[in-house]
Write a protein that binds this ligand. Structure first.
Ligand SMILES: [Fe+2]
Ligand SMILES: [Fe+2]
Length: 482
């Protein structure tokens, strides 16, 4: 075992996992590498591959000074395999094996369960890069363009992180799964990505910011739960991925915040006091708040589906097995085994939405989703504070969990954003009140014109408070080629 604090940057694949001492694994990863680069060029950011992008690259795993910033051509980005340092004497923190020594190898009895967890997590990483592939062409500024690419290269590094686990610990099926991760494609009819939200389009920057706010936060919750894993290599991998993930949610939180700020400022300048007077707000060239609400409705519901069914025996199994814990498992004060414990779940009973206590083990998806929703709600309040500061009477909010669901308790019914059940006909008739209509999408699309002059921003979004890496406002975050 190598000293995990030192990152080897000399080889083809930067790493702190002692790749040089493991020729079999190194060969496997090196033979996967060309296919990966083909994938990046074909399905990663469209264009801009020769541009110089001011990117952060992970160079260590210490909490301070883990990254460096500099101009990079994206295909030359040093995608590496980085694990958080091993914790001496770590034990399995929950489930039936609680207190036993953490596993350094795959426990045979849980091999299939564990591989599935790694594959599903791994599949989401390249999927989001594919979904965001066309956004560079309409970036509202070089600052935002750079942030998009930062998210993209890091999601791609997360793919490397999962491929490392597959190739190191799962033998031949791991190698096959690693190939499949490059073969599936977001939105493809024949070979789609594994989870619904990762096959949706991300057609504009409002969607991109909503995606990073909501869907990257699902990623964070999943990584937090996997970081608790009794399988130590998975725990260490996820712990390091989380350091990168924080920036992705920052992009979403501040991206929507800047759109809201600009819309409110434009309304005030024009003396408009009614934020629901959509025509007049849009005539100012900014996005009206009701459309932002509808986009939030869409992305929140899509993201809730990623947590799976509210009641799940699979979730109970992976917890019992010690493979996937709860959010901040190590901070929860209970027995971490949960036999006999209960948890409140929102369910559909005889056509009514009710709250019911169920065995806590079967409600782990619901619990993680509740933790997610609480964080998302806090983020929405930060947007509301911007609206309130501008003196505009409007509040954004999260829709009810029964709204527009495809998975779990509410998959078979329709409800409005307040959680009132609707007939199929009424839903069809009122759909455009709740979700972006074709006209809403067309309006947002009409605003998507690229701004490529350093320090300038599209008229529908405010500049950020501060630059990346302390850079000044007119810093050239991307040096466009040609
Ligand atoms: Fe990720
Ligand atoms: Fe992310």
């Amino acid at each position: 075992m190598s000293d995990s604090a030192t990152v080897d940057y000399d080889g083809l694949i930067p790493n702190n996992v002692g790749l040089n001492a493991d020729p079999r694994l190194r060969r496997a990863l090196e033979s996967w590498h060309p296919g990966y680069l083909d994938w990046w060029r074909a399905r990663g950011p469209d264009g801009f591959q020769d541009s110089l992008v001011y990117l952060r690259t992970a160079i260590g795993v210490d909490s301070d000074g883990w990254a460096k910033f500099g101009y990079v051509r994206m295909p030359d980005y040093r995608w590496g395999i980085l694990l958080a340092p091993q914790v001496e004497g770590r034990t399995i923190p929950f489930g039936a094996h609680k207190g036993e020594k953490a596993w350094q190898e795959v426990p045979g009895e849980y091999r299939a369960l564990l591989r599935r967890l790694v594959v599903v997590q791994g599949d989401t990483e390249p999927a989001s890069v594919e979904q965001q592939r066309l956004l560079g062409a309409t970036a509202p500024s070089l600052y935002d363009l750079r942030n998009l690419f930062q998210v993209n290269v890091e999601e791609a590094r997360h793919l490397w992180a999962m491929v490392y686990l597959l190739q190191k610990y799962f033998g031949r099926d791991g190698r096959e799964e690693a190939e499949e991760l490059l073969r599936r494609r977001s939105g493809d009819r024949d070979s789609p990505r594994l989870l619904g939200a990762f096959n949706e389009a991300t057609p504009d920057w409002l969607s991109f910011f909503m995606f990073t706010f909501f869907t990257d936060r699902d990623g964070k919750m999943q990584l937090q739960a996997l970081a608790q894993s009794g399988f130590d290599p998975l725990s260490r991998t996820c712990r390091f991925m989380l350091t990168e993930e924080a920036h992705h949610m920052f992009v979403g939180q501040t991206g929507i915040g800047r759109i809201v700020e600009r819309s409110c400022a434009a309304m005030r300048e024009a003396g408009l006091s009614d934020p629901t007077d959509i025509e007049r707000v849009r005539a100012l060239g900014v996005i009206d708040l009701p459309t932002i609400q509808k986009k939030a409705n869409l992305h929140f519901a899509l993201t809730l589906d990623l947590f799976g069914g509210e009641i799940s025996t699979n979730a109970a199994n992976v917890f019992n097995a010690g493979l996937k814990g709860r959010y901040r498992e190590d901070k929860i004060a209970d027995d971490h085994v949960l036999t006999g414990a209960t948890y409140a779940v929102v369910r559909l009973r005889d056509g009514r939405i009710v709250t019911e206590e169920v065995p806590a083990l079967s409600a782990l998806n619901m619990r993680l989703r509740d933790d997610f929703a609480a964080e998302a709600a806090a983020g929405v309040e930060r947007w509301n504070a911007i609206i309130a500061r501008a003196g505009i009477a409007y509040r954004l909010r999260l829709p009810h969990v029964a709204f527009n669901r495809r998975i779990g308790e509410f998959a078979g019914i329709e409800a409005d954003p307040d959680g009132n059940l609707l007939s199929a006909e009424e839903w069809q008739r009122r759909r455009d009140e709740f979700l972006p209509s074709a006209a809403d999408d067309a309006f947002v699309a009409s605003l998507m014109r690229p701004v490529t002059e350093p320090g300038k921003f599209a008229p529908w979004i405010a500049p950020p408070r501060t630059g990346i890496d302390g850079k000044p406002g007119d810093f050239e975050y991307v040096r466009l080629a040609g």
